[in-house]
Ligand binder design. Structure first.
Ligand code: FMN
Ligand code: MN
Length: 521
């Protein structure tokens, strides 16, 4: 089982030298971010080769704990998930493949006849195999309760990540006329809560969702919720909005080390993150009721911000230096009003920065890549393995390995992926044969460049794309491209005789290995 509290997690990291404490005073504006960025990028680029998925790899720098942050008496933890080793600790597993094997076990027991039945069964399977959240009456997260004027976001050491964050005059507003119109009270700060779990409820069936969405601080009790329209938080909000009701929402920081990951996991809307977290953890997550809203949050959180989202009020959110390596432009997002802040005594504030990879979120993404492989295979059985290369920042590119058996199979796989959950937003797909190592970018590119006839072997489709794709002609809508980099066979258009790839025979290889010293090298 993973750690119950952020403090336990940090203690565990410290006990093996994986936590660096910074005692000197630092600014939450840019300084912490720059230090964390240098930490993430402190390894030589070649050391970050995707080949290195060694579960004990500590590449990615150390976790950092800033003990003395200007303007707040709360310390800041960052880069806590930023290595394979740390992500494995957080998820309570030896390695990500072992976790994937457990997911595989979960979907194996019953084999219904159709795919649709299988997908429908998933929530039930999870319910049977997992530990539901446990309701408890009290939790450390409510040791300190700040209501009324005391519920003040400026008490928290919320960080500014990049220079133009929140700067509407920087030309990074999608609608510059609107940016000019917003009054000073409506202008956000450059500070963002980046590692919070956003807890919302479906007003119709009461089901819960936890998503990781950034929150921009506006006033002491006001913030903007940046959930993408395709995500469950936004879906819940549209439901509350339709009813004309205020939406209760809680932001939980810290808590069981599994939760930040679970909040990022691309689960279907019917699967609750808290159930999935219980499954990964091998134990139910303890929840306490919030003080001022009808919502439950992990009892072991460090800090909880309670409030509601106004169905009418919108704020010009952004710009924000995003995980694509570019600023996402300012746009209108719903306003969140704080009703109460609760915390443990001496809390620690967890945060992260995103930007051009490698960054901390790369490792959270890799956890998803591995854990969701069995589910992706269930949807698209042709898939043997896949990789989300660092250069593709998750949604820009996926390398997919298939076992090819019939003509145009690669295209079938492309279309299946473009219909599969959050994978559907993948802009470029490269489909390769079984012999190619999808975790080795060079190997994939070699086969892409060699095996594709651009006219014959590419597929371009239109559809929804990631909200953060700045190249698409419209926000969230554009085109996607698949490269069939497999060996072409009869029935796939005009194909000439396909040559064999060069490889030395085994006998000669062994002979040369055996005699290597004799050659005097
Ligand atoms: C560090 C980090 C920051 C993220 N920020 C956002 C964000 O601001 N808005 C958003 O919609 N998704 C964001 N995501 C992605 C979502 O958390 C992820 O897609 C998740 O599956 C959404 O959950 P949902 O399907 O329940 O909505 C972020 C992910 C990570 C790892
Ligand atoms: Mn969800």
């Amino acid at each position: 089982m993973a750690n119950d509290t952020l403090r336990d997690f940090l203690q565990q990291l410290e006990s093996v030298g994986e936590l660096h404490r910074v005692a000197t005073r630092v600014s939450p504006v840019l300084e912490i971010a720059e230090i964390a960025d240098r930490m993430s990028k402190s390894v030589a680029p070649h050391a970050h080769n995707e080949l290195d998925q060694n579960p004990s790899s500590k590449l990615g720098g150390k976790a950092l704990l800033f003990e003395n942050v200007e303007g707040s008496d709360i310390p800041v933890a960052i880069n806590t998930f930023g290595s394979y080793w740390r992500v494995n600790q957080a998820l309570g597993t030896e390695n990500l493949d072992a976790l994937a094997a457990r997911v595989q076990q979960l979907i194996k027991p019953e084999i219904p006849t159709t795919l649709l039945e299988k997908m429908k069964k998933l929530p039930d399977l999870l319910k049977m195999a997992t530990y539901p959240p446990k309701m408890v009456k009290t939790g450390i997260c409510q040791q300190v309760i700040l209501e009324g004027d005391k519920a003040d976001l400026t008490r928290l050491p919320i960080i500014q990540c990049w220079p133009l964050d929140g700067n509407l005059k920087s030309g990074q507003a999608f609608d510059s006329a609107a940016a000019m119109r917003v009054s000073d009270q409506q202008t956000g700060t450059g500070k963002y809560i980046t590692l919070g779990g956003i807890y919302t409820r479906n007003p119709v069936d009461g089901s819960r969702n936890v998503g990781m969405y950034r929150v921009q601080q506006f006033g002491p009790r006001k913030a903007a919720m940046h959930w993408h329209m395709h995500h469950d938080g936004a879906r819940h909000f549209r439901m509350w909005q339709k009813r004309g009701e205020k939406m209760p929402l809680a932001i939980a920081l810290g808590g069981p080390s599994i939760m930040p990951y679970a909040a990022t996991a691309p689960l279907p809307p019917s699967v609750e993150e808290l159930l999935f977290a219980g499954f990964l953890n091998g134990g139910g997550i303890e929840l306490v009721p919030c003080r001022t809203i009808d919502m439950q949050v992990p009892a072991n959180s460090e800090i909880v911000i309670e409030g509601y989202v106004d169905p009418q009020e919108k704020l010009l959110e952004g710009p924000f230096g995003d995980h694509t390596g570019f600023y996402s432009l300012a746009d209108w997002y719903p306003a969140f009003h704080v009703t109460c802040i609760t915390m443990r005594k001496d809390p620690i504030y967890p945060t992260t920065i995103v930007g051009r990879p490698p960054m901390e979120d790369y490792f959270l993404g890799k956890a998803t890549e591995r854990v969701f492989l069995p589910l992706l295979k269930m949807l698209v059985p042709d898939i043997v393995d896949y990789s989300l290369p660092m250069s593709g920042v998750f949604h820009n590119c996926a390398f997919i390995k298939i076992r090819k058996e019939y003509p145009y199979q690669a295209r079938r796989v492309m279309h299946a992926i473009w219909g599969a959950g959050q994978m559907a937003f993948t802009k470029f797909l490269v489909i390769v044969d079984e012999k190619v190592n999808v975790h080795h970018q060079e190997d994939v590119l070699f086969h892409l460049f060699a095996n594709c006839d651009p006219e014959r072997d590419t597929e371009i489709v239109r559809g929804p794309v990631d909200i953060l794709d700045h190249a698409s002609p419209d926000l969230g809508a554009g085109s996607k491209m698949g490269f069939d980099a497999t060996e072409k066979i009869e029935g796939e258009g005009r194909v000439r005789r396909w040559p064999m790839e060069i490889e030395m025979d085994q006998g000669t290889k062994e002979l040369v290995t055996k005699r290597w010293k004799e050659y005097g090298f």
